[in-house]
Design a protein around this ligand. Sequence first.
Ligand code: TRP
Ligand code: ZN
Length: 869
Amino acid sequence: MHAKAKYRKDYKNPDFTVTDIYLDFQLDPYKTVVTAKTQFTRLNAESTTLCLDGHSFQFVSIKLNGEDFTSYKQDSESLTLDLSNTNPDQFELEIVTNLVPAENTSLQGLYQSGDGICTQCEAEGFRQITYMLDRPDVLARYTTKITADKTKYPFLLSNGNRIASSDLDDKRYWVEWQDPFPKPSYLFALVAGDFDLLEDHFITKSGRNVKLELYVDRGNLNRATWAMQSLKTAMKWDEERFDLEYDLDIYMIVAVDFFNMGAMENKGLNVFNSKYVLANPETATDADYLAIESVIGHEYFHNWTGNRVTCRDWFQLSLKEGLTVFRDQEFSSDVGSRAINRIKNVKLLRTAQFAEDASPMSHPIRPEKVLEMNNFYTMTVYEKGAEVIRMIHTLLGEKRFQQGMKLYIERNDGKAATCDDFVQAMQDASGVDLKLFSRWYSQSGTPELTITDSYDDKKHIYKLFVSQMTPQTADQMDKANLHIPLKIALYDIKGMPFTLLNGGQAVSDVLDVVLKDQVFEFHGVTSKPVPALLCDFSAPVKLDYDYSREQLITLLKFAHNEFVRWDAMQMLFAQELRRNLTAYQQNMELTFSPELLNALKQVLENYQSNIELTTLILTLPKETEFAELFKIIDPEGIAVVCDFMQRSIAEGLQELWLKTYHEIHLDEYRINMQDIALRGMRNLCLQYLAFTDYGNTLVHKHYTYANNMTDTLSALNAATKAQLTCRDNIMKDFEEKWQHDGLVMDKWFNLQATRPDENVLLLVQQLMEHPSFNFNNPNRLRALVSSFVNQNVRAFHANNGSGYRFLTDILIRLNESNPQVAARLIEPLIRFARYDSQRQTLMKRALERLNEVENLSKDLFEKIEKALQ
Ligand code: TRP
Ligand code: ZN
């Protein structure tokens, strides 16, 4: 009954291709008529059957070279044409379909968002519009004519250039667009609606003037300027760092409220989740501003890495996503702080991606087997994919990496490429052997590096003994050795770095770990060193080295590398948590180490030397981050110990938090690095102070005097996490002020869903009836439901199973309305293997209940099946 999985090894060149397609849309929310005139060319002279992908529309008619055509078989997912009675070397198909965008809650294909209509075609959404060879290695030139009501849809947009338009008598009009660049169907886009338009332009380095257009819902123009500025920054950066220039004469971005993911890089016409466009100081936090800059950059960078060079098949997704994430990370690092960005990315990888590796959905960055492609837009393909590109960058260096990029684009421009093509170009341009390295594309799982050391104080020789091992994953039993770049530094106890020498020769600080067991020797080490290992997280691996608290404090104080200082504190926090969790589980008293408190104190006293880094060092990892330290997770215990640590640091340094809080003054809101850093530090102080006697007064005041969303939200967060008396009043005040604005209310929903209160589940259930909530809007669902199941670890895993039942009920509903979002939401439930047997039983029962549901989507089916196997 279910569609069969596809395997990477089964890839075959297409028998037919499409050279040109003319799409005619007669637009209406309740009945859109699509006529697709498609020019086909036969590539395989033997082939006389053509199988087109298509579903979820009403199929009206098909003509071949202008004549009615009847030699076809239709099933639920395709139309197979028998061409044996015609000469199929070159032919035209004309296919008519009817769509109902207003009722398309899946948000794939053509759908209504608010009062507008838009498309989402990646990965396989185009086939919900018409029958098509819907695969990324079929590249065609698109011409699109859109006819619609002029008052409802004064803007009609599609890819490329606007080539014609005309009014019709009956209030309707049409616009025609043409995209000169051949592209796969997943990059097609159409948008119709009424918008406010922000216009600007960009002069490329070769002197071409590119029109920039940003479309937002009416009334939101004052929230569009940052996104536009980010776009111009991104365009300039890509010219300077990658020597890549924009190719069309117009670049459009449309912000929509109903969107399954972050944004989409459709050629010349990006469609964005409004969350990643709209910002002003009253509605967006500093973090929102930075996220917008990064996503705007990401989609823009796809124009070369994704669009001009696209993917041969969906197994190659990381070819464009890993590389483009790497590029957007580099963008954020160049225009902002490199160390801060690195830390944030590593935090994400260590929690979310490592957890995925340990889950039933584990897969290599280039998956081998896919049932529903939407399930593979993952942390692994994106974030680990970017780490793999980053390792290549580390091995080659910037100069040779850029030579590799140049060769990659030269060879593959206008084509559909593979991950192997990318690695080959990097290797050919640099002369660096990447044969062993390329195993990162096919092996899943998180490698573990176990390191011990020895020091000879007579010969001044220091040795590192490095072993690598990748544990089995759900998808792959046997693991081989990888090429792991291990960046290190050695410090003496006063914090002076040793020059790395071997036999009188300077050696690189990046060690090439390639064997199962390997020894690295360093000479001229005049005292026993403290090693800084895996500096900058030079590879996406887990490190096991038995650091003493003193060694970590030495690194925290002296390491030159900012990442190493932060990472030292992470390890100190982890040690503290482990020790206390054991104590908690044995019913013993919890204690906070005075040495750690003292180390934290020294860092805080010196915050002015590096404000943003200090803020990150002093931020206690979240429960979800700590959870990743354990094979079997104790949600209750971790929550209790986290809370204890938070309070210990708050009370232990109470006066210093207060002094620092009052020291920092910011008047007018400005979005620049210095002010973001200062706000971050001041708000961290507030988070800790919330747990002291100063809490209620201070937080209430902070809320009252806030002149920007960063401070407002910080006060609300402090009040809810510390359960302060002022909480209900300020939450109510915020609700009344913003209930008309879903995007802003998402921050409020998130706070409600992550409350530490006993009755939080009941509250969440009630909030699903809130006037600002909308079950069909993925942003609302993520803010309320996903926050609860993913961030409120203790409540979701309540041992009576109430959290699991709640999620299951929602998934049953969502399976019908939006399977793509359902499949993201199910994740915490399929990861049952990491909980105790009582919870496991309850979670499995929930999955079995889901498995019984009629018309289970491929999206959910694939994950449930893997989990229950
Ligand atoms: N390619 C998009 C990006 O990386 C993301 C994307 C893939 C997407 N599938 C989608 C967005 C479906 C929305 C809906 O930016
Ligand atoms: Zn992307």
